[in-house]
Design a protein around this ligand. Structure first.
Ligand code: 13P
Ligand code: ZN
Length: 271
């Protein structure tokens, strides 16, 4: 068996959580990540017949039965993942009943997966239904995006339009726009269901006055997507209180989207 601590997916989780912590997005235990793994690859590192313990997931995830994820731990700090991955991360397989997680590695201090597992697994199901290559779901509290939630209308079209206006390439990076949910109680199946519904149309979903969810095929794609949203929100927050002298026009955004050949939400522009 190969050393699990050297597995590329463990190292990628360590690097990403450290990076997000240093960006100031994930204070204390804020944020969580789940990454869908390749069963054969995990089998090179772990004996897949050895289940350490089982943990109920609180709903039925039928379409994920047998799938293996590496997931950040509940109440764990992104700051600490790099130095102690075996306590702060876990590798779980969704059991035959679809409502039990089989722990294959990690959560060594007796902990468990993030409290946001319903939103993660439901988002995975929604994204996989529209993109079979989706592997990553990330939840984080990026500072400027969060700040913008308090001074901007929480509406899919209006929020997307403002972000698209803030950086020339935004419309090419998230041409489908972003989904926006109102404030809701986190950690529940209800917020998971609402997030998953939006995830059928968008790879980024804002949780009003809390943070956001991002999804993608790779960690780089997902991180890059969130980074771009956060950059646009930062430009908005740096300029919102100043007189606006220049703006990227809707016709210019259209020109850019068409030049890049992306399938953008035309109804989110006022042409
Ligand atoms: P967890 O520590 O359970 O992952 O929760 C963090 C969080 O951001 C809740 O929304
Ligand atoms: Zn959160």
């Amino acid at each position: 068996m190969k050393d699990i601590l050297k597995a590329p997916f463990v190292i990628e989780m360590e690097k990403t959580t450290a990076n997000m912590y240093r960006l100031g997005w994930d204070e204390r235990n804020g944020g969580n990540i789940s990454l869908l793994l390749d069963t054969e690859e995990v089998g090179e590192y772990l004996d897949l017949s050895k289940v350490i313990r089982t943990i109920p997931i609180g709903f039925v995830a039928k379409s994920l039965v047998g799938k293996i994820f590496i997931v950040t731990g509940r109440g764990k700090y992104f700051k600490n993942v790099e130095d102690d991955p075996a306590n702060n991360l876990g590798i779980i397989r969704i059991g035959e009943d679809g409502e039990t997680a089989e722990l294959l590695w990690g959560y060594e201090d007796g902990g468990q997966f993030t409290s946001e597992l319903p939103a993660h697994l439901m988002s995975h199901m929604a994204r996989l239904s529209v993109d079979p290559e989706n592997r990553v779901v990330m939840h984080t509290h990026p500072t400027n995006t969060l700040a913008m939630n308090f001074v901007h209308e929480l509406d899919d079209k209006k929020f997307t339009h403002t972000l698209w206006e803030m950086c020339t390439e935004c419309i090419a990076v998230f041409p489908e726009g972003i989904g926006v949910l109102p404030w809701m109680l986190c950690g529940t199946n209800s917020i998971g269901e609402a997030t998953a519904e939006k995830m059928k149309d968008f790879r980024v979903v804002i949780w009003g006055m809390h943070g956001l969810y991002g999804a993608g095929k790779t960690m780089d794609e997902t991180f890059g997507l969130i980074e771009t949203v956060e950059k646009a929100a930062q430009i908005f927050m740096l300029t919102a209180h100043l007189p606006r002298l220049n703006t990227i026009r809707d016709t210019e955004m259209q020109e850019l989207a068409e030049y890049f050949g992306v399938n953008y939400r035309k109804d989110f522009l006022d042409l």
